[in-house]
Design a protein around this ligand. Structure first.
Ligand code: OOG
Ligand code: NI
Length: 466
């Protein structure tokens, strides 16, 4: 067993990646500072601030986003994150969720055990280019794209070897751990290799995302997102600090009921200087604007039924807000939610619309004149059990597509007369060579275990005095 366990590698990687990204994208440092101030402030005045993950967890909490080109690259990414206790969870098809040209399917690598999430919940949204999708790439372009991708090496052999060792042994000794972290952070730096200008532009005509993935010889961290406890306040604060955000916060509206799922907003990164190679072999400096800043607030995980209601409310908001400004849309969304979304956590729990863990209340607070009932509502209402919300640890395809899209200048092109290649979660699992878990199963297992334990405790005869 390595003396630096997986979770310490994960926490250290997240911290170092954050330091590195701050030097590459200065606005990220401004964002992180504003987030830290707001989180401290909210924790000071709101005794419940740690209800959806402790304040220390939230202070360190980040998600990154990366994009890769081939199944082989994705398998290597899975091994590197596997070394840090991060497993692929969820399947997101952004080709369908987006009106612009976003030819990728994605998963998120993250810890899955509650204790591991509490230690450090670092997650990375990881997208794979769908090179076989004829709506975007014709046969000739696909062949050239795949040949280009086959020639590049994203991760040095030493990094992959250390990753395998870490995963096998559950960690690494301090010296190899240090080496692993250095190589892993380096692998996600913006590459200084010159870009083939003509090739990059050819791909960019199809999709800016395709060019960002397949037009360069490296991968890079595309954004690194801190979690904030009050995203509306952060939004205003960023404006005050001179950073222009996109014109809306994606996800559920601000309202006075329970916070659910995920709210996100972003700003466009500045132009970054990159070296381009021209047809005559010379190189010159140009600029690209591909990276950006993002911030998020997390709420309670929804069950399939709760999620269906969420999707329904989003559709209703879309319908009623067609052509409206972002501000009017937010107001309308609030109205729609106030009319139709459960107002309390209790309702979300007894309707089984959101996930909670349950535990038996202290014996002296349980009713003494009856036996515990069977159903959840009665158990809660009569004071037999207490509920604690489960944090939503995943992503939303529509918000993700919105984040991709809001940061593209060109919509790209897609041939709508052709049908798309089908990809799904089993395909992804096979491609990665590891199980890809369904987020709903993870939340449900956590709920079920806690409820079974609570019931057992309630059924147990009082312990005999020693
Ligand atoms: C990923 C976009 C999705 C999120 O938070 O929804 C995402 C990307 O731009 O590569 O990170
Ligand atoms: Ni993101």
């Amino acid at each position: 067993m390595g003396t630096v366990p997986a979770w310490r590698l994960r926490a250290a990687f997240a911290r170092r990646l954050s330091d590195m990204y701050g030097t590459e994208v200065p606005a990220y440092t401004t964002l992180s500072a504003a987030v830290a101030e707001i989180n401290e402030d909210v924790s000071r005045v709101d005794g419940d601030a740690g209800r959806l993950g402790g304040v220390e967890r939230v202070a360190a909490e980040r998600h990154g986003a990366i994009r890769v080109g081939t199944p082989g690259e994705l398998r290597q990414v899975a091994a590197i994150f596997g070394a840090m206790g991060m497993r692929p969870v969820g399947f997101y098809d952004l080709r369908e969720a987006s009106s612009s040209s976003v030819p990728v399917v994605s998963t998120a690598f993250r810890p899955t055990e509650p204790a591991e999430l509490a230690r450090n919940p670092f997650r990375v949204f990881t997208s794979l280019l769908t090179t076989a999708d004829r709506r975007f790439f014709d046969e000739d372009l696909q062949a050239r794209l795949e040949a280009f991708l086959a020639r590049r090496e994203l991760f040095p052999a030493e990094l992959l070897e250390l990753a395998d060792r870490a995963e096998r042994d559950g960690g690494l000794d301090p010296e190899p751990a240090e080496r692993f972290l250095t190589l892993a952070v380096d692998a996600f730096r913006l590459s200084a290799d010159p870009i083939d200008g003509a090739w990059y532009r050819e791909l960019a005509r199809v999709s800016a995302v395709a060019a960002d993935i397949g037009g360069v010889t490296g991968t890079h961290i595309n954004h690194l997102t801190p979690r904030v406890l009050d995203i509306d306040r952060l939004y205003t604060e960023m404006g005050r600090r001179g950073i222009t955000m996109i014109d809306e916060i994606q996800g559920p509206p601000r309202w006075d009921g329970p916070d659910v799922l995920l709210r996100q907003t972003s700003f466009r990164a500045l132009e970054e200087k990159r070296r381009f190679r021209s047809a005559d072999g010379g190189t010159e400096f140009g600029t690209l604007r591909v990276r950006f800043g993002e911030v998020e607030a997390r709420g309670i995980a929804l069950t399939t039924t709760g999620r269906a209601l969420y999707d329904d409310l989003m559709t209703e908001t879309d319908r009623r807000a067609a052509g409206a400004t972002a501000a009017d849309r937010a107001e309308l969304a609030r109205e729609v939610w106030t009319a139709r979304f459960p107002r309390t956590e209790r309702e979300l729990a007894v309707n089984e619309q959101a996930f909670f863990t349950y535990r038996a209340t202290a014996p002296e607070r349980r009713p003494t004149d009856r036996q515990p009932p069977q159903d959840l509502a009665a158990l809660l209402d009569q004071g037999w059990i207490e509920a604690a919300p489960i944090v939503y640890e995943d992503f939303l395809p529509r918000s993700a597509a919105g984040i991709f899209q809001s940061n593209l200048t060109e919509a790209g092109t897609r041939d709508a007369t052709r049908s798309g290649t089908h990809y799904d979660r089993p395909w992804l699992a096979e491609t990665i060579g590891r199980p890809v878990q369904d987020p709903i199963d993870l939340y449900a297992a956590q709920r079920d275990t806690s409820l079974a334990e609570a019931r057992t405790e309630l059924a147990a005869p009082p312990a005999a005095p020693a």
